[in-house]
Structures are given as structure tokens and as C-alpha cells.
Design a binder for this molecule. Structure first.
Ligand code: FNR
Length: 180
């Protein structure tokens, strides 16, 4: 099982990227966990472009070849960051037969605020459903993300670590169910 992990943050020290690293290290031992790092390479979506930019082709290819996708989103002003929305707009075309159609996707998120990017996760699920993905209704709000990780990169709160692996497990189950 190939699981593609996408962080919605461009920041080097991103807590959302750390969350995906924690999932890769602790949750998906029986799966191939691939972390996509091309977010910064994508041009702004422009319907006038005649040719598909190579960074976009690579993103679509990664999604196509993944059995499932796990996205960790920051929250910017109550919603998802523009760079992540831009990537999803690229992935959504051509519509409706895009690379995300019926693809099992789970959403998690971390923010330094009190609510753990809940609004961003809700918006992200809405966008993914609009695109046609098979979206899990689960969420993982990691609040006060600057205090949430140990120096080794693990979630300090055991119940959050359990929830993280629970969501990865549900995503893999959904993938098996959808493929049956
Ligand atoms: C934020 N942050 C933030 N946090 C939050 O809980 N709700 C919000 O609406 C916002 N809005 C917001 C806007 C902008 C432009 C920035 C730069 C930041 C704080 C945000 O949670 C924090 O920067 C996280 O560390 C971002 O995630 P990464 O980059 O660590 O993954």
C-alpha cells in the first residue's frame, strides 16, 4: 500500500510536516509512506496555460500512483493556506476525471492556536469532496503545536499519538474497502 503524505506548509520547521513525519515513523509500518515535497515548485494555477508544468505533472503522477493520501494542513486566517489550495486546484483538473477522484483521503492538522486548525481541516474536507475524493470524516486537531512534539519528533500526548495512528489505520481500511 502506497500512502502519499502532503504537508500544506512551506515552512522548514513546519509542525504539519512534523506531524506527517510522526505518522511515517509510528503508524504505517506495513505501508510505503511517501512524503511529497513539491509544494513550493508549483506555479499559480492558470487556466490559460497550454502545457502542463512539470511540477504539476509530477504531483498528479504521485497522487495517481498512491493508494491513499494523507494531508496535514496548517490554518491561515481560519482556512487552508493558499499554496495548498493551489496544489489541489491543479490536482482537480481535468474535472471530473482527475487524479483525486474516488481516492481515499484523510485530513489532519496542527496550529499554534487553541483549536488545532479545525476550520482549515473542515474547509479542506469540503474542497476534497468537491474535487471528488473519497474523504474520511475524521479530524486530528493538534493545538499549541509548538508544544506538541518531543525533541525526537513524537507527539507528547499519548492520546494524540493513538488518534494519529487510528486515522492512518482508518485510511488504509477505507482504501481496502473501496478497492474491494
Ligand atoms: C497563522 N496561524 C493561525 N493559527 C490558527 O490556529 N488559526 C489561524 O487562523 C491562523 N492564521 C494564521 C495566518 C497566517 C498568515 C500565519 C502565518 C499563521 C498560526 C499557525 O497555526 C502557525 O504559524 C503554524 O505553525 C503553521 O503551521 P506550520 O507551518 O508550522 O505547519
Amino acid at each position: 500500500m502506497r500512502l502519499l503524505a502532503i504537508s500544506g506548509s512551506l515552512r522548514r520547521g513546519s509542525y504539519n510536516s512534523a506531524l506527517l513525519q510522526a505518522a511515517a515513523a509510528g503508524c504505517a509500518r506495513s505501508s510505503q509512506f511517501v512524503i511529497w515535497r513539491g509544494l513550493d515548485e508549483l506555479p499559480h494555477y492558470n487556466e490559460d496555460l497550454d502545457q502542463t508544468p512539470s511540477a504539476v505533472a509530477q504531483l498528479r503522477d504521485e497522487i495517481e500512483h498512491a493508494n491513499a493520501v494523507l494531508i496535514a494542513t496548517p490554518e491561515y486566517n481560519g482556512s487552508i493556506p493558499g499554496a495548498l489550495k493551489n496544489a489541489l486546484d491543479w490536482a482537480s483538473r481535468p474535472f471530473p476525471d482527475n487524479c483525486l477522484r474516488r481516492k481515499p483521503v484523510a485530513v489532519i492538522g496542527a496550529s499554534t492556536g487553541l483549536f488545532g486548525a479545525r476550520w482549515a481541516q473542515a474547509d479542506l474536507r469540503k474542497v476534497l469532496k468537491t474535487i471528488g475524493a473519497s474523504v474520511l470524516e475524521t479530524e486530528l486537531p493538534i493545538a499549541a503545536a509548538h508544544e506538541a512534539f518531543s525533541p525526537e519528533g513524537q507527539l507528547r500526548e499519548p492520546h494524540l499519538a493513538v488518534s494519529l495512528c487510528g486515522i492512518v489505520g482508518e485510511l488504509l481500511q477505507r482504501t481496502l474497502r473501496d478497492a474491494a
